[in-house]
Design a protein around this ligand. Structure first.
Ligand code: KG4
Ligand code: ZN
Length: 331
C-alpha cells in the first residue's frame, strides 16, 4: 500500500512515498532557509505561500521518479501539529483535498510523534518500548514509549527548547539561521576551548530541563568579546559540550531509573555531530542508542508517511477537518 506523507509544519516542505513491503520509496525536502535567512527566523506568511507553490511540483517529481500515478496512492498522511498555523493549514488542505478527490483516506499525524518514531524507518528491528529524547526547534521532551506506541512524558524544558537556544546563540555569533548546523561547523574546527559554561539542572532531582539561563549566559559572554573565527569556534564547542552534558546525563539517568535499555534521540538537534558521537560513546551491553538516519533528523515527509502507515494498520484515520497548532503528546 503506497502512503503519501506531507510535512509542512514550519519552513520545510517534505513529501514522501512509503510502501509497507518496499519501505521508504523516495522522499524530497524543499527547504525555505534562503527565504527566511534575512529575518533571523521563520516568517509564517512567507512559509505558507512557499508550501502552496511547492506541493504539486514535488508530488509530480515524486510520482514520476518512482513510476507511480496518483491512483497508486492509497493513503495520505499529513502533519496536523504542532507547528505554525498557516503552514499547517496549507498541508492539511492539500492532503484532504487530494484524498477526497482520489476517494481515499487521510490521516493526521502529530509531528512530535513522527520525529520520535523516525529511527524505525531505517532500523527495522527497533520497536517500542524505548526511552525517547526529542530535541527539536520547538520542543525538548524526555518520554517513555510503550509497546502500544503510547507516550508518558517524564520531563521537558521549562523554558527554551534546545534548538531555539542553538538558533539564538548562533544569531548572536553572527551566524545564519538555522543556527545548529552553523555552530556545529565552527565547533568541529577545534578540539579545546578555554570557556566554561554552566550545565543547567544537570543534578536536579527530576527529568526537566532549562536552557534559557545558559542562552543568556552565552549571549552575555559574546557581548564582551571581539568575535573572530577562533573565538566563535571556542564558544560553539563549549556550548555544544554544555548542552550534550545535560542531555546525556539526564537521559541516561532516566533510562537507568526506569529500567529502559533502548534510547531513541530524534528531532532537528539530533543531527548534531557532537551530540551523536557523545551519546554513541555511552553505548554498552545495557544501553542501546538509536538515532534517525541524518536526513530524517530534521523535518521531512518520510517520518509522516511512515507513522501514517503504522497508525493506519492500527485502524486509525481522519475524521475531522481541524489542525492543531499545539497538540499534546500524551495520548
Ligand atoms: O525538528 P526540526 O527540523 O524542526 C522542528 O520541529 O522544530 O528542528 C529544527 C532545529 C533548529 O533549531 C536547528 O537549528 C536544529 O534543529 N538543528 C541542529 C542541527 N541541525 C538542525 N542543531 C544542532 N546541530 C545540528 N546539526
Ligand atoms: Zn520537527
Amino acid at each position: 500500500m503506497v502512503v503519501l506523507g506531507i510535512e509542512s509544519s514550519c519552513d520545510d516542505t517534505g513529501l514522501a512515498v512509503f510502501d509497507e513491503d518496499k519501505g521508504l520509496m523516495e522522499h524530497i525536502v524543499s527547504s525555505q532557509k534562503h527565504i527566511h535567512a534575512n529575518f533571523g527566523g521563520v516568517v509564517p506568511e512567507l512559509a505558507s505561500r512557499d508550501h502552496v507553490s511547492k506541493f504539486i511540483p514535488l508530488l509530480n517529481e515524486l510520482l514520476s521518479k518512482n513510476q507511480l500515478s496518483l491512483k497508486d496512492i492509497k493513503l495520505i498522511a499529513y502533519t496536523n501539529g504542532p507547528g505554525l498555523m498557516g503552514p499547517l493549514l496549507t498541508g492539511a488542505t492539500f492532503a484532504k483535498t487530494l484524498a477526497w478527490s482520489l476517494n481515499i483516506k487521510s490521516i493526521e499525524i502529530n509531528h512530535l510523534e513522527a520525529h520520535i518514531f523516525s529511527p524505525m524507518i531505517t532500523e527495522k528491528k527497533l520497536k517500542p518500548p524505548f526511552l525517547s529524547l526529542l530535541v527539536s526547534g520547538g520542543h525538548t521532551i524526555l518520554s517513555s514509549i510503550n509497546s502500544k506506541l503510547q507516550h508518558k512524558i517524564l520531563g521537558q524544558t521549562l523554558d527554551d527548547s534546545v534548538g531555539e537556544v542553538f538558533d539564538k546563540v548562533a544569531r548572536n555569533l553572527g551566524l545564519n539561521y538555522p543556527g545548529g548546523p552553523e555552530i556545529s561547523k565552527f565547533s568541529s574546527k577545534i578540539e579545546k576551548t578555554p570557556f566554561k559554561f554552566p550545565r543547567p539542572m544537570i543534578n536536579s532531582n527530576d527529568y526537566n530541563f532549562s536552557f534559557s539561563g545558559l542562552k543568556t549566559h552565552v549571549i552575555n559572554q559574546i557581548k564582551k568579546l571581539q568575535l573572530n573565527d577562533k573565538v566563535i569556534s571556542e564558544i560553539s564547542l563549549e556550548f555544544e559540550n554544555s548542552i550534550s552534558d545535560v542531555l546525556i546525563t539526564k537521559t541516561l539517568r532516566a533510562a537507568n531509573e526506569n529500567s529502559i535499555k533502548n534510547i531513541v534521540i530524534s528531532g532537528g538537534v539530533s543531527a548534531n555531530k557532537r551530540l551523536r558521537e557523545r551519546f554513541n560513546n555511552e553505548k554498552n551491553n545495557d544501553i542501546f542508542i538509536h538515532f534517525p538516519n541524518l536526513s530524517f533528523s530534521t523535518d521531512n515527509g518520510a517520518m509522516i508517511a511512515y507513522l501514517g502507515n503504522l497508525k493506519f494498520k492500527k485502524g486509525e484515520y481522519d475524521n475531522s477537518l481541524y489542525v492543531q497548532p499545539n497538540p499534546s503528546l500524551s495520548l
